[in-house]
Design a protein around this ligand. Structure first.
Ligand code: NAD
Ligand code: ZN
Ligand code: ZN
Length: 344
């Protein structure tokens, strides 16, 4: 089969031919119908050889939707042809966090060498994909694969962050979304569907701000040195009760801190590597700062349920598997509006 692999540190990913996967006991092979392109893959492909955490070559793709093509011995609850989404942050399935459905925070994944597909284990950017266990699959029940695949990360990750902040997002409150790309443009829609908060979107690109407005942001502000003052002004000086930073670089975490209201919830979701110091004199009183990772399996089911109501519509741009390297180039250049989706 064809697969998109990251093979050489620092080089672009390549379309190659690899053996079709065979399901071992308890495993499932999916015929991939859609695979999402996440900015995290670009971060992975920028890491140096020293300390690179995954074995190479690595088949990319940690957002996946497909149909069940083959079942390994002992798999029950699934039938060939079932359309499913892959819950990506695999855990051990046994520890206390996994028992809560929080496999994203599995206590033993690192020790046991368990990695998400596309982030260590072969991912979804291939004609077929091997899934380790039936519990990693969620039936999509009639949803469109292309519109649904970004929800497994670009939907689930903001959903998890927003759900944590819900007690702060009362009527009259403000939520700030920094970076309205793949994750951010879904975050705006989730905020509109789940809260009565006023949503202020920030981005460096006028085109992304236009998308932000189209998907429901009340205000769209250019993310520059004056952005924080503008958000303060828009909130009558109070600031925002919740801030979601989908970039995570120095200027954006600084903006996140500068727009936070007293007791605000700041979620740094972007893996730009910047830190936001907490302590007296740094931030308004009782601001909480967190760096959440992905979401739970239960939350993925909730996100898909919300999508079924029509409340979330991901803007997608599709590419064939042969064009997948181009999709990464374009994402890197800031030229994807919404989410790029590969059709293997
Ligand atoms: P994306 O490229 O689709 O979107 C990023 C957006 O940020 C773009 O619209 C870009 O114009 C904008 N941007 C860049 N610099 C900015 C600035 N200074 N101010 C405001 N906006 C700016 O990326 P994505 O796939 O949505 O991923 C967003 C981030 O989230 C990445 O860092 C990614 O690695 C990370 N991520 C984290 C998790 C997690 O679990 N924590 C999960 C998925 C992705
Ligand atoms: Zn991702
Ligand atoms: Zn676990």
């Amino acid at each position: 089969m064809k697969a998109l692999q990251y093979r050489t540190i620092g080089a672009a990913p390549e379309v190659v031919t690899v053996p079709d996967p065979e399901p071992g006991p308890g495993q499932i092979v999916l015929r991939v119908t859609a695979a999402g392109v996440c900015h995290s893959d670009i971060a992975v492909m920028s890491w140096p050889a020293e300390g690179f955490p995954y074995p190479l070559p690595l088949t990319l793709g940690h957002e996946g939707v497909g149909t069940v093509a083959a079942l390994g011995a002992g798999v029950s609850g699934l039938r060939e042809g079932d359309a499913v989404a892959v819950y990506g942050p695999w855990g051990c399935g046994v520890c206390a966090k996994c028992a809560e459905g929080k496999e994203n925070y599995c206590l033993r994944a690192e020790e046991l060498g368990i990695r998400p597909p596309g982030l260590g284990w072969p991912g979804s950017m291939a004609e077929y994909m091997l899934v380790d266990d039936a519990r990693h699959l969620v039936p999509i029940d009639g949803l469109d694969p292309v519109a649904t695949v970004p929800l497994t990360d670009a939907g689930l990750t903001p959903y998890h962050a927003i759900k944590r902040a819900l007690p702060k997002l009362l009527p009259g409150s403000t939520a700030v979304v920094i970076g309205t790309g793949g994750l951010g443009h879904v975050a705006i829609q989730l905020l509109r569907a789940m809260t009565a908060a006023r949503v202020i979107a920030l981005d460096v690109s006028e085109e992304k701000l236009e998308l932000a407005r189209r998907v429901g942001a009340h205000e769209a502000v250019l993310s520059d040195a004056r952005a924080a003052a503008r958000v303060r002004e828009l909130t009558g000086g109070t600031g925002a009760e919740a801030v979601f930073d989908f970039v995570g670089v120095e200027p954006t975490v600084r903006t996140a801190g500068a727009v936070a209201a007293v007791e605000a919830e700041i979620s740094i979701v972007g893996i730009g590597g910047a830190a936001l110091p907490v302590g007296f004199g740094h931030l308004p009183f009782e601001v909480s700062v967190s760096a959440p990772y992905w979401g739970t399996r239960g939350e993925l089911i909730e996100v898909l349920s919300l999508a079924r109501t029509g409340a979330v519509s991901v803007h997608t741009e599709t590419f064939s598997l042969d064009e997948a390297p181009l999709a990464y180039e374009r994402l890197h250049a800031g030229e994807i509006t919404g989410r790029a989706v590969i059709l293997p």
